[in-house]
Design a protein around this ligand. Sequence first.
Ligand SMILES: [Fe+2]
Length: 167
Amino acid sequence: MMNDQLKAVMIAMIKHDAHSPKRIQHFMKVHEIASLIGQMEGLDDETQFILETAAIVHDIGIKIADEKYGAHPGPKQEQEGMVLVKPLLEEVGGYTPAQIERITYLVGHHHTYTNVTGIDYRILLEADLLVNLYESEVRYKKILKAENKIFQTPSGIWLLEQMFNYD
Ligand SMILES: [Fe+2]
């Protein structure tokens, strides 16, 4: 069950992505899976909260990147997204500057698979990839193969094995 603050972030993001059921259902799924992995991995409450917020807002830059460039390659939507996180979280309220800074960092790096610092970052990558492997299988199967060990948490590896049948 989400607390009121996470629920407010979810509602703000649904407004942000209004009339794009694909984007809305994407971040809802990434949030659910990230939340589950975080709980299975026994994160402390603060890290779980950062992770869940980041999972809800992680693709906040896609809409603007699409409007500006007609597409949303990883780096562009990371850049565009970083700018939008702070105003949205400040409007929701209750976030400390340090929390906003970390969530902004995660949004800005969620397509960057190297130098992954922190379990929140790792789980966000895993949850997003689990959803992307279903939604855009060909593209993300290539990424999964090319990148060295995106999946590292036991729960993320387990979910990958349960959902897909890759060798
Ligand atoms: Fe995503």
